[in-house]
Write a protein that binds this ligand. Structure first.
Ligand code: PGA
Length: 247
């Protein structure tokens, strides 16, 4: 089953977020065989969770969590708290966190372990920068992030993980990787996961993220190694997001 995840990032007020949720819930009645995940800001979790809890194939996610289980970390939120508010997934290692909040591969790997130990499925994000692609270092960059991320987990842990290839130059820029560019990278990702997990690698969903829109979603999602998408900007408009889900 394909997976389409919405990443609202730091957008929307309470009333806007709930209206968007209601529109998505309504649209889900005509969606078949797609798992849809809504990654909402922390304050939305309880109310959005309440609205989607009985909707088939609609799931709740957070956009980050702390790498410690609990304690004196003012302003932070733990994986256990997220689970207790109904979240099933958590985005970890998004490039905005890696760059703006200087999150290192090791911290992201620990966050994945803590998330899994507390019943959450990580959506592990990775991808090369524009500079790395220009210099031809994108294969190595992606391999490095995967090697220090999911490939450090146990087989039991990695069964819970979704990975999301998000070339940094494509995020929010309007520039999308072509279906061919994305597919060839997804094949590479699969082979890096295969080097560690063998056949199990074929069961790990690999999403594409970076300026996915209703106009390019169908072509991207038709590629054999693209198992779905992680959608930022276009997930804030119900009509666009639902069009992507239906693609
Ligand atoms: P975008 O964001 O769809 O706006 O490019 C994707 C993401 O950052 O997850």
């Amino acid at each position: 089953m394909k997976i389409v995840a919405a990443n609202w990032k730091m957008n929307l007020t309470r009333s806007e977020g709930l209206a968007l949720t209601d529109a998505i819930v309504k649209g889900m009645s005509s969606v078949k065989d797609v798992k849809v995940i809504l990654a909402v800001p922390y304050p939305f979790l309880a109310e959005v969770g309440e609205r989607i809890k009985d909707v088939r194939n609609l799931h709740l996610a957070a956009q980050n969590c702390h790498h410690e289980e609990s304690g004196a970390f003012t302003g932070e939120v733990s994986a256990k708290m997220l689970r207790s508010f109904g979240a099933e997934y958590v985005i970890l290692g998004h490039s905005e966190r890696r760059v703006q909040f200087v999150e290192k591969c090791r911290t992201i790997r620990v966050k994945m372990e803590v998330a899994i130990a507390n019943g959450l499925s990580p959506i592990f994000c990775f991808g090369e920068s524009e500079e790395q692609r220009m210099k031809g270092n994108h294969w190595k960059a992606v391999k490095g992030q995967l090697s220090l991320g999911p490939n450090m987990l146990t087989e039991d842990e990695v069964r819970k993980v979704i990975v999301a290839y998000e070339p940094v130059w494509a995020i929010g820029s309007g520039l999308t990787a072509t279906a061919d560019q994305a597919e060839e990278m997804h094949k590479h990702v699969r082979s890096v996961l295969y080097s560690r997990f063998r056949e199990l690698a074929n069961e790990i969903p690999i999403l594409y993220g970076g300026s996915v829109k209703p106009s390019n979603a169908a072509e991207l999602f038709s590629q054999p190694d693209i198992n779905g998408g992680l959608i930022g900007g276009a997930s804030l408009v119900a009509e666009d997001f639902l069009a992507i889900v239906k693609a």
